[in-house]
Design a protein around this ligand. Structure first.
Ligand SMILES: [Zn+2]
Ligand SMILES: [Zn+2]
Length: 715
């Protein structure tokens, strides 16, 4: 009977929604004078008081306080504590009255009050009085359970000392409480020592406490070993043991062991437990690769009670691991299943939208969230600003920004980077000044935004100033990205010598981004010698990247060194490196339409190609001349011109002109940099058709309006 009752209670921590019902069961059981160990009551009520605290109105008639508390001071104490925390002062007071160890009880409560308020000296003073009172082991437990911070070292040791003096250090509950206390205070060695020195009779709670202690303090391997020892000793695991050991497996990438634990979970009948399943999904997502992801989905699909927690862990896990498409898909499934997304899911799905630049989807998520009536959080607002900015809708980003009551460095930085990438460098710098005026300090990413803004607006002096102030004023050491931005800027402004000096001065090892910026600068200035050096470094750093081969070969051709150019192309071929194919896409009614160059796979191919003919005719009349230098070499003039006309971004814009209602902006995305001919064509198209075309290439946004581009033909 005792076992049954305890297991029942153990299960009830899992579903806080059902706590009220379970408490009544417990109290009912209690009034029948059945024995339930105090440990379970403490565990139970500590959780009932946790973040998902239920509101509980236990009427006086539903149980007999006197009966519950008179035989056990600990039960008495937890009830008082529970009622006080529920704001039910009357019931708390009455419970105190019934107790025959009133002095003990009030003492513990007083100490706890000070422990909780973090006032160490008062708490210590009060705890000295403990010695004068005879305490029961359970009272210790209740005190120990409160020590989850490291602030009260002195008091912690005092209590430990007192357990030794009073010989409670041989009581398994007390020692388990001590192990838990030390582990929560990050004193793993102390916890480990106590655990190892513990007298006979470690139960599953003791073992679980140690596994959890290791796991939560980053001792993944020790947690796994401890779990193994526990199995060898024949101690059964519970629903808290498994999540802890799974977290440990994830932290040390022990996939095989994790899969074994999964088997163990199934065998011990915990396969259907919601907490254990969520932990399994979390582990598989953490150790993400395609096979593992499959496992995570399988576990998830077999879950019976999928609640907001399990959906959140799946969607957030996918987004966190870069599986943005899956994240979006599961978010839709979650909505279909009727689960209302909370702030955590919304924030992560919005960042997935930002990465995939699916503006319409992001807008829908925003609308759903507004309708849900949930209060917004800083992370949701920040994700919104970032999503709109990254999708090129800087006005919307600004609107969310204006509506925010609280902003942090992430908010400001999202806007600063957003303006910079959308070709509005000066606005970006203005926001930076406002940010400083508001008292927010910039971080490393803010400076990337600022330098990018300067780079694309040709503001060399400002950039130098920001670059220097980074370290001098804010103590932020410039990283490779900051150097890359500076070198890019200097290269564009004709200051190749200064760019080289900066490169040589670098404290950190230059990475591929730096060398790419430097190679591009060398190309602009036709400096073969330095270009070769940059390309050579890139061959090593990014052996599969075609860009340095193409650029270097072009540089040789431009200098009339045909042999050298041919040699590089041959080298590229022998190393089996091919150029990443250009690809453009457009989002329409939450569907993504993708186009490759000369693509004929789209259902509306015929319409698209005849629209291209019309576009070419109209923009040529307006003065457009195809730039053959961007065409393929081995073709006649007509073939070259047609090849140019069917570049992926031109197919995308033709499709957009057919489908996007007039007046609405056209948004196109491209994986590579936009080619010079397409850039010119887009300008003409925006003028002839009177449309606002937003083209995001691999580097930035181009806003084409009335025959002009926001980048000032500088990209
Ligand atoms: Zn093109
Ligand atoms: Zn442009």
């Amino acid at each position: 009977m005792r076992f049954l009752t305890n297991s029942k209670l153990e299960f009830c921590h899992s579903s806080s929604g059902r706590v009220k019902k379970k408490l009544c069961i417990y109290l009912g059981v209690k009034s029948l004078y059945l024995f339930v160990s105090c440990f379970y009551l403490s565990f139970f009520l500590t959780r009932a008081n946790g973040p998902s605290r239920p509101s509980l109105n236990v009427g006086e008639s539903s149980f007999d306080i006197k009966k519950i508390s008179e035989d056990n001071s600990f039960n008495h104490y937890v009830l008082v504590e529970f009622f006080s925390s529920q704001g039910n002062v009357e019931l708390a007071k009455r419970t105190v009255q019934f107790h025959h160890h009133r002095q003990t009880c009030s003492m513990v409560i007083t100490i706890l009050k000070w422990v909780k308020s973090g006032d160490a000296s008062t708490a210590s003073g009060e705890s000295n009085k403990i010695e004068r009172v005879k305490l029961k082991s359970c009272t210790f437990m209740s005190v120990l359970l409160q020590f989850d911070s490291n602030r009260l070292k002195h008091l912690r040791e005092q209590i430990h000392g007192y357990t030794v003096k009073t010989s409670f250090d041989s009581n398994v509950y007390v020692v388990t409480g001590l192990v838990d206390m030390y582990a929560k205070c990050k004193c793993v060695l102390e916890a480990e020592y106590l655990f190892k020195m513990m007298p006979e009779g470690k139960n599953h709670v003791t073992w679980t406490t140690m596994v959890t202690g290791y796991s939560q303090n980053g001792y993944g391997f020790k947690a796994i070993r401890c779990f193994g020892d526990m199995r060898v000793e024949g101690v059964e695991s519970n629903q808290y043991t498994f999540p802890s050991v799974l977290t440990a497996c994830a932290s040390v990438s022990a996939l095989v062991f994790g899969a074994q634990v999964h088997g163990c979970i199934i065998r011990s009948g915990f396969g259907a437990n919601a907490y254990v399943r969520s932990a399994l999904v979390d582990m598989y997502l953490e150790l993400y690769d395609s096979w593992v992801l499959g496992c995570a989905f399988t576990v998830f699909n077999h879950m019976q009670d999928k609640d907001v927690i399990s959906w959140t862990s799946l969607v957030t896990g996918c987004a966190h691991n870069g599986s943005f498409e899956e994240a979006l898909k599961y978010f839709c499934d979650m909505r279909i299943a009727g689960i209302c997304p909370d702030q955590i899911v919304v924030a992560s799905i919005l960042s997935a939208c930002a990465e995939m630049t699916v503006l319409e989807f992001g807008r829908q998520v925003h609308a759903t969230f507004l309708k849900s009536g949930l209060e917004s959080s800083l992370s949701v607002d920040n994700s919104l600003v970032m999503m709109y900015a990254k999708c090129g809708s800087i006005e919307d980003a600004n609107r969310v920004f204006d509506s925010m009551q609280v902003r942090d460095v992430i908010t400001w930085t999202a806007l600063i980077v957003g303006y910079a990438k959308n070709g509005r460098g000066k606005d970006s710098l203005q926001f930076y000044d406002q940010m400083l005026a508001s008292g927010t300090k910039p971080d490393a990413i803010t400076f990337i935004g600022l330098l990018f803004a300067c780079s694309h607006a040709g503001l060399v002096e400002n950039a130098r100033h920001y670059f220097q102030s980074m370290n001098k004023v804010y103590g932020i050491k410039p990283g490779p990205e900051h150097y890359a931005c500076m070198i890019d800027l200097l290269g564009r402004s004709g200051k190749l010598v200064e760019a080289k000096e900066l490169l040589d001065e670098m404290v950190v090892e230059p990475d591929a981004t730096v060398w790419k910026a430097f190679l591009a600068a060398c190309r602009v200035h036709g400096n073969l010698e330095l270009g070769e050096r940059a390309a050579k470094n890139l061959f090593e750093l990014e052996p599969k990247n075609a860009m340095p081969y193409v650029l270097l070969s072009n540089m040789y051709s431009a200098a009339g060194k045909w042999d050298a150019a041919a040699r590089i192309r041959k080298l590229m071929k022998s190393r089996r490196i091919s150029k990443e194919p250009g690809c453009s896409w457009i989002e329409l009614n939450s569907q993504v339409h993708t186009f490759m160059s000369e693509d004929r796979g789209h259902p509306r191919t015929a319409d698209i190609y005849s629209k291209i003919d019309e576009i070419m005719l109209l923009i040529k009349e307006a003065g457009y001349v195809p730039d053959m230098s961007f065409a393929l070499h081995d073709m006649d003039v007509e073939g070259k011109e047609l090849g140019l006309a069917y570049h992926s971004e031109k197919l995308a814009v033709a499709f957009a002109l057919l489908t996007v209602p007039s007046g609405a902006p056209i948004r196109i995305f491209k994986n590579l940099r936009v080619c010079g001919d397409c850039h010119t064509a887009m300008k003409y198209i925006s003028g002839v058709y009177g449309r606002h075309i937003i083209l995001r290439d691999s580097n930035r946004f181009h806003h084409f309006r009335e025959g002009k581009c926001s980048c000032g033909d500088y990209w």
